[in-house]
Design a protein around this ligand. Sequence first.
Ligand SMILES: [Zn+2]
Length: 157
Amino acid sequence: MNRRNFLVTTACVIGGSHSFSTPVMAISSTSGENFEVVRSKKQWQAKLSDFEYQVMREEKTERPGSSPLLNEKREGTYFCKGCDLPLYPSNTKYESGTGWPIPDAVGTKEDNGFFMKRTEVHCRRCGSHLGHIFDDGPQPTGLRHCLNGISLVFKPA
Ligand SMILES: [Zn+2]
């Protein structure tokens, strides 16, 4: 178990000033992971827009800076668009404000695409792709969660 805290930012897509700091309880490989919420491809396609499907179920990445969540500065919680699991609370947001993600809300797996080793991050309940974790984030943990805003739903407090 890896219990170190980490900073989560949405720098790639939601915006460089959105950073989440999170205690993540476990970093585990999730290939073959069983999710609580399971839907068929057809069910996902009915629930999501084409682009949401591509990002959340096929691990595409949205255009940097394109998410409206970039400018979201209210207090509240970022939920998984796939299953409504609360993922990233904004209550201790720094700079433009984000917060302590809810422990165990996300899972990860190694992703060796794009010529580099990255850690993929997804909702632990439905497996929807959220983004990637990089190790060039700010201290104390040095980790940066780079998330697709399209995978998230913000609900103000
Ligand atoms: Zn989910």
